[in-house]
Design a protein around this ligand. Structure first.
Ligand code: NAD
Ligand code: UFG
Length: 339
């Protein structure tokens, strides 16, 4: 299939491009590079030894999006482009609502016009809010605590309403849990700008000596050791989940959790990282981070049953691959920045 991947130079997008190319699909990337670098296109080619087309466009720009559809025959779209920093979304709600919602509307509109029927959307476990774990796809969604989360819930609703009147449109809403790790080549991975918001890149930067110590946000949650529990998934497993979603796409809207089904606490992840890489990571317990929930992990039975997909890589592999990328990134920094 010929697949347009929006946000294809980003963290999840770049791994998804690799998985698509390795599965024999052709890939066209659209990204405005607001949170990634163009070098990634070459890294993807280097890993896969395959060609990809790249367009530096903003996917809220309908004319620019249409120019790609008129140039390439497309079988489907995987829409990963989006702004994703939870805290920033509280500071800049309009930028988040505009970018994430308008891009989804523009892409689905142009898909309708060109008869492109397959659409895979990057949603998030955040739409479950503070439900009871494990989260399953039939649960009623609860309000999220920030505009970022609301954009995901709204895009899900918009796509669902579009399908109601266009029943041949096939939409997969993928609710990602917590992607971590990197490609085993160490060439692509997660390279946030500034101080990381997320746990794994924070840990790898402390391990590298770039940050002083990890701040563990809260130790009195009702969890195994009092720290927050999440469902960490290797980004390559997540990437392969997109290929399965695309291969099994049927008419209508279909929601899938992409996680491992296993909850891991902050202190458990920290310990796993130390053991996997033989490095000590200093930490201190601080106050809870506003908006955090105690536990978030997936019921993954639907993806297993309907897509024949399940995550294969364990926490050790996630920690090892995240650290390999961090070390490699440092070596390349200043000469050939990637990530
Ligand atoms: P990322 O920032 O690394 O990648 C997103 C990419 O989209 C970037 O390359 C950015 O330049 C591009 N982009 C943003 N707005 C654009 C626009 N208007 N036009 C063109 N390109 C644009 O983020 P990621 O972690 O790879 O996330 C990918 C998607 O998955 C996002 O939609 C995000 O909300 C969603 N998601 C991520 C996580 C996570 O923990 N990383 C969890 C759940 C859902
Ligand atoms: N944490 C710390 N210290 C840190 C960073 C995080 O203790 O420096 C803790 C958090 O309190 C939480 C856990 O580590 O318990 C994971 O936090 P992350 O920030 O890595 O991830 P979140 O679960 O908060 O959110 C992420 C993405 C969201 C996405 C969600 C989906 O940032 O965009 O996963 O589950 F919606």
């Amino acid at each position: 299939m010929n697949i347009l991947v929006t946000g294809g130079t980003g963290y999840i997008g770049s791994h998804t491009c690799v998985a698509l190319l390795e599965a024999g699909h052709s890939v066209i990337v659209a990204d405005n590079l607001c949170n990634s670098k163009v070098d990634i296109v070459d890294k993807i080619k280097q890993i896969t030894n395959k060609k990809i087309a790249f367009y530096q466009i903003d996917v809220t720009d309908e004319v620019a999006v249409e120019s790609i559809f008129s140039k390439h025959y497309l079988d489907g779209v995987i829409h990963l482009a989006g702004l994703k920093a939870v805290g920033e979304s509280v500071e800049k709600p309009l930028a988040y609502y505009y970018n994430n919602i308008v891009s989804t509307m523009v892409l689905s509109k142009v898909c309708q016009k060109y008869g492109v029927r397959k659409f895979v959307f990057s949603s998030s476990a955040t739409v479950y809010g503070d439900n009871t774990v494990p989260f399953n796809e039939k649960m009623n969604l609860l309000p999220t605590t920030n505009p970022y989360g609301e954009t995901k819930a709204m895009c899900e609703r918009i796509l669902t309403d579009i399908v109601k009147v266009n029943p041949s449109f096939s939409v997969s809403l993928l609710r990602y849990f917590n992607p971590v790790g990197a490609h085993e080549s160490g060439l692509i991975g997660e390279a946030p700008t500034g101080i990381p918001n997320n746990l794994m890149p924070y840990i790898t930067q402390v391990a590298k000596g770039q940050l002083d110590k990890l701040k563990v946000f809260g130790s009195e949650y009702p969890t195994v050791d009092g720290t927050g529990v999440r469902d960490y998934i290797h980004v390559l497993d997540l990437a392969e989940g997109h290929v399965s979603a695309l291969d099994n796409l049927i008419e209508g809207v279909h929601i899938f959790n992409l996680g491992t089904g296993q909850g891991t606490s902050v202190l458990e992840l920290l310990k796993a990282f130390e053991e996997a890489n033989g490095i000590e990571v200093p930490y201190e317990i601080v106050n809870r981070r506003p908006g955090d929930i105690a536990s978030c992990y997936a019921d993954v039975s639907k993806a297993k049953q309907k897509l024949g997909w399940a995550a294969k890589r364990d926490i050790k592999a996630m920690c090892r691959d995240a650290w390999r990328f961090e070390k490699n990134y440092k070596e390349l920094e200043g000469t050939n920045r990637i990530g």
